[in-house]
Design a binder for this molecule. Structure first.
Ligand code: NAP
Length: 334
């Protein structure tokens, strides 16, 4: 039987997920959509033969909607996810789960009270082949314990609306989630350093930034976020362990020998870099939602990212090492 899906938020990624679900993946069909921008909702509905509903609650409570995808503007996520939990329907929520850790915690509490895992958060890097390869090696135990992780998250450029705090809330959130998953550890502290700024930024964006996270056991993670690096979309991750250093592979491009030069292309688009991961992630959600539940990153994981983000944004402002206190993972999520 096909999973009947309602989509809340039909901007860029909403339309992409609708297209993915309609043309590429199996086992699901979009039956209803909604957006604050009615024209956008109509365009999205035309992509999949769905109807347009007036509000998120109309989508969530529709009798023919089995499960919900939330791809609206970040500040609107929490209300829609809470309403889906109240309705007892599986919900896939694009990152962030909510824009504050306090709102993420409300979702965690609501899900525990409901007694069933219904929420999957869209941290798709856990489905990326490169990160999965790293995790397999780390989990094998043959390389010893991880001690340090060096990462880069570089974008060619960003538009003028991107400000300093977004280096955390829009960009580093992916590393905050995937590195917690990779190490199996929660974070203990967060700090941000500001190197000399590139001249290719603007007054409201300090770029690049170096973010330092430490985990419960003392693993130190240094993450360079450089969103006007010009040359490509460059995601690097090297885990230094007791007996080995493991580096995530770069996307494969042919090398070209020409005019006395030897060159290889560099990926420039985040969408292309993680396109396979988005497909696997959403198929995993469809399969779990058909069984009435959720897979992948949980609401608790979304909460941990919220706490890590809040601490990093505070560290940007104070210049100090800020604590991250999640407390023990509830048995519900273990
Ligand atoms: P988008 O194209 O801006 O669409 C988001 C929707 O929210 C649109 O309907 C937009 O309406 C609406 N919106 C924007 N600003 C608003 C405001 N100030 N007040 C009320 N509504 C507003 O964004 P998107 O790129 O699709 O992103 C949607 C969500 O997915 C975000 O949370 C984003 O972080 C997440 N995302 C995740 C990934 C990932 O890698 N996992 C990638 C991309 C996006 P208008 O059409 O009127 O602007």
């Amino acid at each position: 039987m096909e999973l009947k899906v309602g989509v809340i938020g039909t901007g860029a990624i909403g339309k992409e997920h609708i297209t993915r679900l309609t043309n590429k993946l199996s086992g699901a069909k979009v039956v209803a959509v909604t957006d604050v921008n009615e024209g956008s909702a109509k365009e999205a509905a035309a992509l999949c033969g769905a109807r347009v509903e007036k509000s998120d609650k109309d989508v969530i409570n529709a009798s023919d909607v089995d499960a919900v995808i939330v791809t609206s503007w970040g500040p609107a996520h929490a209300a829609s996810v809470l309403a889906a939990i109240e309705a007892g329907k599986p919900v896939f929520c694009e990152k962030p789960l909510a824009t504050t850790a306090a709102d993420c915690k409300k979702i965690v509490d609501a899900e525990i009270a409901r007694g069933k895992k219904l929420v999957q958060v869209g941290y798709m890097r856990r489905y990326d082949k490169g990160y999965l390869q790293l995790k397999e090696i780390l989990d094998s135990g043959k390389v010893g314990a991880p001690l340090m992780i060096h990462c880069t998250h570089r974008n060619p450029s960003v538009d003028a609306s991107y400000i300093t705090s977004m280096a955390v809330s829009d960009t580093a959130v992916h590393e905050i989630d995937v590195l917690h998953w990779l190490t199996g550890e929660q974070y203990k502290s967060a700090q941000v350093l500001f190197p000399k700024s590139t001249s290719l930024t603007h007054s409201k964006l300090k770029d690049p930034q170096i973010m330092i996270l430490t985990t419960e056991s003392g693993i130190v993670i240094n993450l360079e976020v450089f969103v006007n690096c010009q040359f490509g979309y460059d995601i690097q991750c090297e885990v230094v362990c007791e007996k080995a250093s493991i580096k995530m592979p770069d996307p494969l491009f042919p090398s070209i020998k020409m005019d006395a030069e030897y060159s290889t292309a560099i990926e420039t688009s985040w969408k292309r870099r993680f396109i396979d991961a988005y497909d696997v992630e959403l198929q995993d959600w469809i399969n779990a939602a058909k069984a009435g539940g959720a897979a992948g990153p949980t609401a608790w994981d979304g909460y941990l990212v919220g706490l890590g983000s809040d601490a990093l944004v505070k560290a940007q402002e104070t210049g100090k090492v800020e604590p991250v206190n999640a407390g023990p993972c509830p048995s519900f999520y273990r």
